[in-house]
Design a protein around this ligand. Structure first.
Ligand code: GZL
Length: 323
């Protein structure tokens, strides 16, 4: 069918309402794009699920995805963006490792008239017109949810509640804001004290290492672990067990992401709760990319809808989990 006929056929269908029978998801319609994706790396279960979601959504929509794994180095992400600009891609998707240091390269993308979509983390830049939209979570709210769960879960106890905190990557949006939200909630009650707080870079290995140091320094004084992601919590659980203590009982274990590993730990009775942070951003990103390329208006923030999963519901919920 020649293009003219195809368009009139589509136009005719649209009039009859039949078009909906062949409608494909909004994010997979329109021009096929070449998209450059500058990913942070593969530091956590969450990140792996996020990469899978973006790759499969791009494939489903028929877009070409140029993928770069920065291995946790901002300079590699900046190099990738410059390479995407040189290749004249239609859209750039960036998962910014940290919030700062992006002004120059995002200005270069703007000068090249290539829209930049931020995913999974946000940036702080002087010129906010250098990026089009942020697709991701409200990390301050995730921190608040972790704090609220703790206050609710310990409301019938007395005495100090000594908390150790494993922070995410230094300078990253989720680490800054999950700390901010949690502190905002617990500061209401002086019983709750963060006695140690240190980065473990969102990884299991560092989570174990830093928790070992916390246990050595504070030992049985520790009542709660708040980890900015489940991977660090899972690493810390190993350290708690190796210290002869019972995770989720001697030390409450709070994580963020709600990845498979967290459900397995909760079902095993080793973790108390995980605050959901969805990595399944692929479909929303593809829809935003098509609109950004077409110059259509987009909200500045396309926010993920998420919940909180305490251990009591883990076994029932686990079969429904998609990451
Ligand atoms: C959140 C994402 C964070 C996850 C971590 O959007 O940036 O990075 O919470 C991941 O697991 O490493």
């Amino acid at each position: 069918m020649n293009p003219m006929k195809r368009r009139s056929f589509a136009a005719m269908l649209a009039g009859t309402g039949l078009a909906c029978m062949w409608a494909t998801p909004a994010w997979s319609q329109g021009k096929k794009l070449v998209i450059g994706f500058a990913q942070t790396g593969a530091e956590s279960e969450w990140r792996t699920a996020n990469t899978d979601s973006v790759k499969s959504a791009a494939a489903a929509a028929g877009h070409e995805l140029k993928f770069s794994d920065a291995q946790q180095k901002q300079e590699n992400q900046i190099k990738a963006i410059r390479s995407f600009i040189a290749q004249k891609v239609d859209v750039i998707i960036l998962a910014p490792l940290v919030t700062t240091g992006w002004d120059t390269v995002l200005k270069e993308a703007k000068a090249a008239k290539i829209p930049v979509i931020l995913e999974s983390r946000n940036v702080v830049v002087k010129d906010p017109t250098t990026w089009t939209t942020f697709v991701g979570s409200d990390f301050v709210e995730e921190g608040r949810r972790a704090g609220k769960w703790l206050l609710e879960h310990t409301k019938n106890t007395t005495g100090d509640v000594n908390i150790v905190e494993l922070q995410g990557t230094v300078g990253s949006d989720p680490a800054i804001d999950r700390k901010k939200g949690f502190d905002e909630v617990i500061k209401a009650n002086p019983r709750y004290k963060v006695i140690r707080s240190q980065t473990a870079d969102f990884t299991r290995a560092k989570g174990k290492e830093v928790m070992e140091a916390f246990l050595k320094a504070e030992g049985k004084k520790i009542n709660v672990l708040y980890a900015h992601n489940d991977d660090m919590a899972i690493g810390a659980i190993q350290a708690i067990e190796e210290a002869g203590l019972k995770p989720a009982k001697d030390i409450l274990v709070i994580g963020v992401d709600a990845v498979k590993g967290a459900f397995e730990a909760m079902i095993a009775g080793k973790m108390n709760v995980s605050v959901e942070c969805s990595p399944l951003l692929g479909p929303q990103l593809m829809e935003a990319a098509v609109k950004a390329k077409a110059g259509e208006p987009l909200p500045r923030w396309i926010k993920s809808i998420e919940g909180v999963f305490p251990a009591e519901v883990a076994a029932k919920e686990f079969p429904n989990r998609k990451y």
